[in-house]
Ligand binder design. Structure first.
Ligand code: FES
Ligand SMILES: [Fe+2]
Length: 388
């Protein structure tokens, strides 16, 4: 994702199990993270009967939807002479390679080879990965063996309006993971935003984290006695409450941080708006207007890069519906990955991030050594608590 010469960070020597910013297929963190169901696309990324190449954790795949609309994920390249399968044709639930017509079904079986002997196709396979559509996202299991139980977020299945979207951030995924456990930044980075309208950042809260069956819970404690509660859901999500322009209450916000490569990641966001009837109609119309307005504004990445280059100060960016995202990207896109920087100077307010690093190091180390890893379970009633 990085343009040549755009940034250069020096590599720092860290033990392998601590290099959780490296997620390629042959890295300890990459192998560990492939043992989970993770979102790899929005279902709207690809139309039924079409295919595209996607990159997850520095590895390419062919994502396609069969004529039924079902999503499937198979190897990037045709095993014959390694042409991208995404430029081929979808037939039923299979893909036919554009080069010599070999056809692969959603399980990776080669089901047709027009120019070969009948017996050859049984010797050929493409890698294939289990997929499942949920909350507007395509989840996949990229690991070896049996996939774990599918993680469900019952809280987001309640009545209301589920809105799913995604964006790319040009920084290592772990910086965003830590940011999700960093409530203090709201008082600085989001000082000018809908966060202040609802009072989330009225003062710097005390952060009190602890490990749970699903990851990390942390309280944000305020002097007025109100406590918020937020979560890091292992291995790649935050489940928090955020402010939304035009609403006077906070909303559930599940944010997955999925590595594209070691310098960028894609965030998949699921929000549940518990609004109904006329309020719902008004709000959805407002969202539609916001989307239209955004199309007339400079693209978010242009703004972020202009701020990072120093051509524009973040305080000069005019108010716009995606200002919070711009503020976060400006911060994190200047942050090297863990193995590209000197050790951080961590303090009390970083306690949730410190715990996250400990858990990652412990689990990746155990996994790399073939020892038992923690089996995370996701409670059905998991629900963040606002502190306002
Ligand atoms: S490269 Fe795919 S069929 Fe030949
Ligand atoms: Fe933020």
């Amino acid at each position: 994702m990085h343009l040549e010469g755009e940034r250069a960070f020096a590599a720092v020597d860290v033990p392998e199990e601590l290099a959780y910013d490296r997620t390629g297929p042959n890295t300890p963190a990459g192998r560990y993270l492939r043992q989970f169901w993770i979102p790899v696309a929005q279902i709207t990324d690809v139309k039924p009967a079409r295919a595209k190449t996607i990159t997850i954790m520095s590895e390419n795949f062919t994502l396609y939807r069969g004529e039924s609309g079902e999503p499937h994920l198979i190897a990037h390249l045709c095993p014959h002479r390694h042409v991208a399968l995404a430029v081929g044709r979808v037939e039923g639930e299979s893909v036919r390679c554009f080069y010599h017509g070999w056809k692969f079904d959603q399980h990776g079986a080669c089901v047709d080879q027009p120019a070969e002997d009948e017996a050859f196709k049984d010797k050929v396979r493409a890698a294939a990965f289990p997929t499942r559509e949920y909350l507007g996202l395509v989840f996949a299991f990229l690991g070896q063996g049996e996939p774990p139980p599918f993680p469900q977020f019952k809280r987001l299945e309640r009545p209301g309006e589920v809105v799913t979207w995604s964006y790319v951030r040009r920084t290592n995924y772990f910086n965003s993971m830590e940011n999700g456990a960093d409530h203090v930044h709201a008082n600085f980075v989001h000082e000018r935003s809908a966060f202040s309208t609802v009072g989330v950042n009225r003062e710097i809260p005390e952060i009190e984290p602890w490990e749970t069956d699903f990851g990390i819970a942390f309280n944000t404690k305020y002097k007025d006695g109100k406590n918020g509660r937020h979560y890091v859901v292992m291995p790649l999500a935050a489940f928090i409450m955020i402010a939304e322009e035009g609403l006077d209450h906070l909303v559930d916000h599940l944010a997955f941080r999925i590595p594209i490569d070691d310098q960028s990641h894609r965030a998949f966001i699921v929000n549940l708006f518990e609004i109904f009837g006329e309020e719902r109609d008004r709000f959805m119309e407002k969202k539609r207007q916001q989307r239209l307005a955004l199309q007339t504004l400079p693209p978010i990445d242009d703004v972020v890069q202009a701020v990072i280059r120093g051509e524009l100060h973040i305080d000069e960016v005019p108010d716009r519906p995606d200002l919070v995202g711009i503020q976060d990207s400006v911060v994190m896109e200047t942050q090297p990955g863990i193995t590209e920087r000197e050790p951080d100077q961590l303090g009390r307010s970083d306690r949730a991030a410190i715990l996250l690093r400990r858990i990652y190091a412990r689990e990746i180390d155990a996994f790399a050594q073939g020892k038992p890893v923690k089996r995370w379970t996701y409670p059905e009633d998991l629900s963040p608590v606002p502190a306002v």
